[in-house]
Design a protein around this ligand. Structure first.
Ligand SMILES: [Zn+2]
Length: 211
């Protein structure tokens, strides 16, 4: 695909040179301040929506931005090990858990079993959200209420990931003493709006409206 190769050449010849000093300083070490946990969705671009540069964010992405509860395992835990590393070794000061609108992973909870014929691992991964699916079906029992179900699922999902983040070693203590800040977001792709969840008032509020 020629355009990707052209893009790489453009990066080397233009974008890299524009930020040459930054890249040279990053060549030896990284001191990222924030762990960004997001969905694999191509429309979610962490550096773009946080106005950050290379070296600022450690990014962990998976289907539907799920943080599973902390545990140690003989399995190969990509998400859990990456979060563990960011918190314990890189000592990030902030965590952003970023859900988004029109999330295919959240919508997939309500699909028929047959849709997962060729994606058994996706189906298994989304089992982590079964309790959320049950809650949403309780609030919104009509299966035709698709848009509202998806919206609510996306929001309950990031809150669930936040609660699971608190099960990681030292997170609760660091959060309480202020050395770790946790942001829980719902990013709306088509409007560019980012809603931030207030863990005290338990409500989402559009960022920037108080400015
Ligand atoms: Zn998604």
């Amino acid at each position: 695909m020629e355009s990707l190769l052209d893009g790489a050449v453009k990066f080397m010849e233009e974008d890299f040179l524009e930020h040459k000093e930054l890249f040279e300083s990053l060549g030896k070490k990284q001191i990222p301040h924030t762990l960004f946990v997001g969905c694999i969705d191509s429309r979610v671009v962490p550096n773009l929506i946080t106005n950050t540069m290379p070296g600022d964010l450690v990014v962990v992405r998976n289907i539907a931005n799920i943080i599973p509860p902390y545990r140690t395992s003989q399995e190969y835990l990509a998400t859990t090990s990456a979060i563990e590393y960011a918190l314990q070794t890189l000592n990030v000061e902030n965590v952003i858990i970023c859900g988004h609108s029109n999330c295919g992973g959240c919508a997939a909870l309500y699909l028929d079993e047959s849709k997962f014929k060729n994606t058994p691992n996706v189906k298994r991964w989304l089992n982590l959200l079964d309790p959320i699916k049950k809650r949403v079906e309780g609030f919104l029992p009509d299966p035709k209420d698709i848009a509202r179900r998806e919206w609510l699922t996306e929001r309950l999902n990031v809150i669930n990931s936040y609660e699971n983040l608190l099960t990681y070693p030292d997170v609760k203590a660091k959060f309480r003493d202020g050395s770790l800040k946790i942001y829980v977001w719902h990013y709306i792709i088509e409007t560019g709006e980012i809603y931030n969840y207030n863990v005290v008032s338990k409500s989402f509020k559009l960022l920037g409206v108080d400015r």
